[in-house]
Design a protein around this ligand. Structure first.
Ligand SMILES: [Zn+2]
Length: 255
């Protein structure tokens, strides 16, 4: 029988920080235990057997020992390193942006079974590895994440008066949690225009799978429209900016 203090879980490494001389604190996102912080001892030493299995964005099977404060990682076996993603700066940055969003939208050790969010995270990292276009992956992930986290924006009817939305340019309001008709949008703070096509893409991304999403043809203009309003919605919910989004923007400005 294994030690009752030990447990195993599948997880993706979403954050790591230095601790002391050679240790790290690793933040893992797991499908059934939520977000876990654990100490990985001596992983910054050159001969560490664990370190390769605990790189950021690695999907691993991790063994942990329960501690009084933090748990300790005692073993790790890599399931997927998403190697092609690591060789592409834009895809790596997009992956780190996903990890930051997962971290911000989930509570620590919430013990909530969130396999759907975990699977979304892993399948989006896989798509980024396939180099299928970062922007579609990111928009799809953001819209799906909002649903899994309980903030699914109202896109079918007006979020104010509940009347059906007309096929015209409408208004997206972070505060109202969705799209507003012209009448309800009049006195809104922070309104964003949402075009007919923008609304169609958001509705599709709420309900389709990732393979369908990445096959879509989306103009740069439409992507920018959606990116702007989804980011403002995330910022409104989180009451803070997502730091890695600024880094993604700066990469785009590079020639
Ligand atoms: Zn209305």
């Amino acid at each position: 029988m294994s030690n009752p203090r030990e447990y195993q879980t599948e997880a993706v490494i979403i954050r790591k920080t230095r601790l002391g001389e050679a240790d790290r604190i690793i933040t893992l996102y797991s499908p059934t235990l939520g977000k876990i912080q654990a100490v990985a001892k001596a992983v910054r030493k050159p001969k560490s057997k664990l370190s390769g299995h605990l790189e950021l964005l690695t999907h691993s099977e991790v063994t942990l020992a329960r501690g009084r404060n933090l748990d300790t990682v005692i073993g790790s076996q890599t399931i997927n390193t998403f190697l092609p993603l690591r060789k592409n700066l834009e895809a790596t940055s997009a992956g780190l942006y996903l990890a930051e969003l997962v971290s911000l939208f989930t509570a620590e050790a919430d013990r909530i079974d969130n396999r759907r969010l975990f699977n979304l995270f892993v399948s989006t990292l896989e798509q980024l590895s396939l180099n299928t276009g970062c922007e579609l992956c990111l928009r799809y992930f953001e819209i799906q994440l909002l649903s899994h986290a309980g903030y699914r924006p109202q896109l079918k009817v007006c979020a104010g008066c509940r009347k059906p939305l007309q096929p015209v340019t409408n208004t997206f309001s972070p505060g109202a949690g969705g799209v507003l008709c012209a009448g309800c949008a009049l006195h809104q703070a922070l309104p964003y225009s949402i075009s007919v096509n923008g609304l169609k893409v958001m509705r599709l991304f709420q309900d389709c799978d990732i393979n369908t999403a990445v096959r879509l043809k989306m103009t740069g203009e439409l992507n920018q429209e959606l990116e702007k309003l989804i980011r403002s919605y995330c910022q409104f919910i989180l009451e803070r900016e997502v730091r890695s989004a600024a880094w993604l923007d700066s990469l785009r400005l590079c020639p």
